[in-house]
Design a protein around this ligand. Structure first.
Ligand code: HEM
Ligand SMILES: *[C@@H]1O[C@H](CO)[C@@H](O)[C@H](O)[C@H]1NC(C)=O
Length: 328
């Protein structure tokens, strides 16, 4: 499987046993190039598939970024978000918080390519993390080094989705404490929300800033534009009515988001609060002014998010099909 890894961990622990056992045991969980022995081409295959999919459907790259957030912030980066509803499993995708999530079937495309090369070896959880990493690059964002070795959950956490994943109108305080609970500070949180520099928001997540009266924190001309995109206060959820997060560079993951929210052109309530709250406003200003600083902070925070309490070693399983737990 991964001989290097055990070698390294065990000899190190042996030398420093009494002092560092406890400390070190937690540090052997994920590692760089976890598949170097068991599936050396794994990371390359994921990258190739992400690129191919991007050239067919550019928005797949956007989906991989949102997948990472929804999977990792809820308990663990364990691909629970990919499970579909079957007997005993209620899919997290059915929650109102997952509204608009898309392209799940193309996770299957990536998984199939990996199964062909090395069956039952690469976890769906690592696909979630690495596809996000590679998607970020396709969207012009920074290249992030990521560890691997995550394993897949055998359950979904449907009933926790609404409790954990923030709503569009939640307070910045609750969002800051959520991220703090997984070790991400206000600066990192401000950077992660920069993901809203790509993709779209459906009218159902927008209309309460437009009707019955326009939110005073929203630019008046922009509100007119958004009302054009969302002409009624009660959008039919089956109707695909949405606005792009970033009108100027909708498919580029850059600091335009921060310029927009400083100009009161944030789409979600949470986006606008990020610009005005004294705990995050200084970072917003700095990110708007300096794309390299944004990229640095975004990279740091994405790694932290992708390492949120993974299942490792004997925990969980390696799913054969990312949509279902293994049957045996
Ligand atoms: C913390 C508070 C957050 C809230 C309340 C929130 C909420 C939302 C909402 C309501 C949408 C629009 C869904 C729709 O109507 O289709 C959305 C889209 C999106 N979110 Fe977030 N989000 C948050 C954080 C994040 C983070 C941390 C990331 C990634 C690092 C992220 C990535 C995305 C992406 C990429 C989209 C666009 C998806 C697409 O176009 O398919 N979000 N988010
Ligand atoms: C947030 O928006 C939802 C609809 O998307 C609404 O049901 C809820 O009452 C709103 N919450 C607050 C605190 O305004």
């Amino acid at each position: 499987m991964a001989p290097n890894r055990y070698h390294l961990c065990s000899s190190f622990i042996f030398l420093l046993l009494p002092l560092f056992l406890q400390f070190y045991s937690g540090k052997c969980d994920l590692q760089f190039n976890y598949y170097s022995g068991s599936c050396p081409k794994a990371e390359e295959i994921i990258k190739q598939e992400v690129e191919k999919l991007y050239y067919k459907h550019g928005n797949t790259a956007v989906s991989w970024v949102r997948n990472l957030f929804h999977d990792c912030i809820l308990k663990s980066c364990d691909a629970s978000v990919l499970l579909e509803t079957v007997k005993g499993i209620e899919s997290e995708q059915k929650s109102v918080r997952s509204f608009g999530m898309r392209n799940f079937k193309y996770v299957g495309t990536i998984k199939e390519a990996l199964e062909k090369e090395c069956p039952s070896t690469v976890s769906c959880a690592d696909i979630v993390s690495l596809s996000a990493r590679d998607g970020i690059v396709m969207l012009g964002g920074p290249r992030v080094e990521m560890k691997t070795g995550r394993r897949d959950s055998q359950e979904s956490y449907f009933s926790d989705v609404e409790k954990v994943i923030p709503n569009h109108n939640d307070s910045i305080s609750s969002v800051l404490s959520l991220f703090q609970s997984v070790g991400i500070d206000a600066e990192g949180t401000a950077a992660l929300l920069g993901a809203h520099s790509v993709g779209r928001v459906h009218c159902t997540n927008l209309v309460d800033r437009l009707y019955p009266t326009v939110d005073t924190t929203l630019d008046a001309d922009y509100a007119v534009y958004l009302k054009g995109r969302c002409p009624t206060p009660n959008p039919d959820p089956k109707q695909v009515e949405y606005a792009r997060n970033d009108r100027e560079t909708p498919m580029i993951l850059d600091n335009m988001y921060y310029k927009n929210i400083l100009n009161h052109k944030g789409l979600l309530g949470i986006d606008q609060q990020l610009a005005s709250d004294p705990r995050t406003a200084p970072y917003v200003q700095k990110m708007a002014d300096d794309n390299d600083y944004f990229r640095e902070q975004f990279s740091r925070a994405i790694v932290l998010l992708s390492e949120n309490s993974p299942l490792t070693e004997e925990q969980g399983e390696i799913r054969k099909d990312c949509r279902y737990v293994n049957t045996n």
